[in-house]
Design a binder for this molecule. Structure first.
Ligand code: AMP
Length: 585
């Protein structure tokens, strides 16, 4: 993730010849100047030229293609003119929201996100009504195209967003197929953070004299984000989190945990402590997840406890803090998590919890961040108590000041003054005693001060070696992100697509990853047979997951997944970052 870097020489959006409707929307979004990728990409895309862009998310890439494509759109024509392919449903939603935001003053504009895991019926009726811009994951887009529900004969531009990620998820053949169906004169914009050979081949084969745009990212995380780590014993993480939330000036906060179960557990623990915390994980229905994110945006909720998958691509500008409550699976995940704060050039805080034995992970994360992750300590009871005293006094002072400005409050305030004075006189108390009595009433049974006895000595490496078994578990914690509910045991499943249907292992990995949000590292060996295939998945996944998978379409056929054996076996996952070579074989 790189900083929002503005174009050199402070170009204005007006200099880029964008229609006034779009400039108005940009003003309302608070964008003053184009970012580097926008300044370099908007002019060639406006003239209809192909673009090959090397840029990461966080650079303003979405607006870089959405703005020129919206400028060239004919909203009177009820045909799909822009098709954007994205590797994940989260990105599909985010990109469609951006199109709608930038195109809010284009009357009649219709944008439809299409992705696995959401209802076909809604997508079909949106497509039937006619959609100017369609944004989606390759598998679902292909299904709709094969059934002629999505027609692209009038397509002006195809955007391939995060092409390297689509390659990693096994979508390249689907992308090639879609490319072949597009009209000959369409424009193509291909964006990728890296340019591996298969992506370069697609570019060479399908892009005509493209304008090549590269935005160098000097560092992976924005320098407006202060990054700190805290060595904390796993038993005391909740308490440390509570103290941090109290001590720091927070707005929206995302607490990242490793498993779906942990999202619910930690959210419940925080709720019990009086915070408005909500869990966000892949098991929660899409509509509810979207509602939660809207509430976070509006400020109805302040604390989100999320897994990496559920928070992928999340773009909420009021996130002041990212707490890495559980260690991220790898450096990539760390960089992504940290990038959820400090959005659009704002200041952000990222705090990483490490158990003493996880300290070794710091070096790699430090390197990935490209800037120092500084040590911090848990706020002491003395600091917390001093803060509570200051806030207590401030709140009273604010209430008194407010009473002077609002007339209704002023009246009530004078009434209370009279009551306090009467109370002092009738009960032979000083006004000071009455005020203290009122504070006691307001505080209730909860202690006002944190006891100093609750301060824990800072966790030290040698104090906390743990048992051999715990150590082994700890080592795994840092490496593999296996959910609590999904164990290391794998089970074999049969899907009704095979060699004769043209399926490749990558199609199945992509479908499973997208339909149920399972990280590809949890997917075991895939065997392609004549007219069916088998795939190994972690045992113990909820039944609903298989319902969704069974209905999913791959290479034009439904998977109709069924269990092969009832005997769980212990097999190492093959796919994901560490086994990605095997997938090619
Ligand atoms: P993206 O790389 O498209 O994911 O954009 C990253 C973030 O930058 C999003 O929060 C955008 O809303 C924001 N953004 C994009 N362009 C600009 C701009 N020109 N000025 C300020 N913020 C921007």
């Amino acid at each position: 993730m790189s900083t929002i870097e503005l174009a050199e020489g402070q170009v204005c959006f007006h200099d880029l010849n964008l229609p006034t409707e779009l400039c108005r929307a940009l003003e309302q979004s608070g964008y003053e100047h184009p970012t580097e990728i926008q300044a370099k990409t908007i002019p060639p895309l406006l003239t209809g030229r192909d673009v090959l862009g090397q840029a990461q998310t966080g650079t303003g890439k979405t607006a870089a293609f959405a703005l020129p494509l919206l400028s060239r759109l004919d909203v009177q024509l009820p045909e799909t003119q822009v098709l954007v392919l994205t590797p994940t449903r989260e990105l599909a939603i985010q990109v469609s929201e951006s199109f709608l935001k930038y195109g809010q003053h284009l009357r009649g504009l219709r944008v439809t996100p299409i992705y696995g895991g959401s209802s076909y019926a809604t997508q079909i009726s949106a497509l039937r009504r006619g959609s100017h811009v369609v944004v989606g994951t390759p598998g679902r887009i292909m299904d709709h195209m094969r059934e002629s529900r999505l027609r692209i004969d009038m397509l002006q531009c195809l955007v391939l967003d995060e092409a390297d990620e689509m390659l990693r998820m096994g979508f390249v053949e689907d992308v090639e197929w879609i490319l072949q169906q597009t009209p000959e004169n369409r424009q193509i914009a291909l964006f990728s953070a890296t340019m591996p050979d298969p992506i370069r081949r697609i570019a060479d084969q399908h892009l005509k004299n493209p304008s090549v745009v590269t935005v160098a990212s000097k560092q992976r995380t924005a320098d407006t984000i202060q990054q700190r780590f805290l060595i904390v014993d796993p038993k005391h993480k909740l308490e440390a989190l509570q103290r941090i939330l109290e001590a720091e000036a927070t707005d929206g906060v995302i607490v990242f945990v490793k498993t779906k179960i942990a999202t619910v557990e930690v959210a419940d623990q925080l709720k019990a402590l009086g915070y408005s915390a909500v869990a966000l994980n892949g098991d929660i229905p899409q509509a509810q997840r979207e509602r939660t994110i809207d509430q976070l945006k509006e400020g109805t909720i302040n604390l989100l406890v999320a897994t990496d998958v559920a928070a992928r691509g999340l773009d909420v500008q009021r996130i002041s803090h990212v707490i890495n409550y559980d260690l991220p699976a790898d450096a990539e995940a760390y960089v992504h998590r940290v990038g959820r704060t400090g959005r659009a050039g704002r200041v952000g805080q990222a705090i990483l919890f490490l158990s003493p034995k996880q300290r070794g992970a710091l070096r790699e994360l430090d390197k990935a961040a490209g800037q120092g992750i500084e040590p911090m300590t848990i706020p002491t009871s003395k600091e917390i108590n001093a803060l509570r005293e200051t806030r207590f006094k401030e709140r009273i002072a604010v209430a008194c000041a407010d009473a002077k400005t609002a007339s209704f409050r002023g009246e009530q305030f004078r009434h209370f003054e009279k009551l306090v004075s009467q109370c002092a006189e009738e009960h032979e108390l000083s006004v000071l005693q009455v005020a203290a009595g009122l504070a006691m009433l307001a505080q209730g049974d909860r202690p006002f001060f944190v006891s100093e006895a609750a301060d824990r000595p800072p966790a030290r490496e040698r104090d906390d070696r743990g048992s051999k078994r715990e150590r082994k578990r700890g080592a795994r914690e840092g490496m593999v992100d296996l959910g609590d509910e999904i164990g290391a045991d794998m089970e074999s499943f049969r899907v009704e697509v095979g060699r004769i249907h043209g399926v490749k292992p990558g199609n199945l990995v992509g479908a499973v990853a997208n339909e149920i949000g399972l990280d590809s590292r949890h997917i075991g060996p895939i065997r392609i047979h004549h007219d069916f295939s088998t795939i190994d998945l972690p045992s113990g996944m909820p039944r609903e997951v298989f319902k969704v998978l069974g209905r999913a379409w791959v290479v034009g056929r439904q998977l109709r997944i069924s269990k092969v054996s009832d005997q769980p076996r212990r097999i190492k996952p093959m796919y994901g970052p560490k086994g990605s070579k095997k997938r090619k074989a």
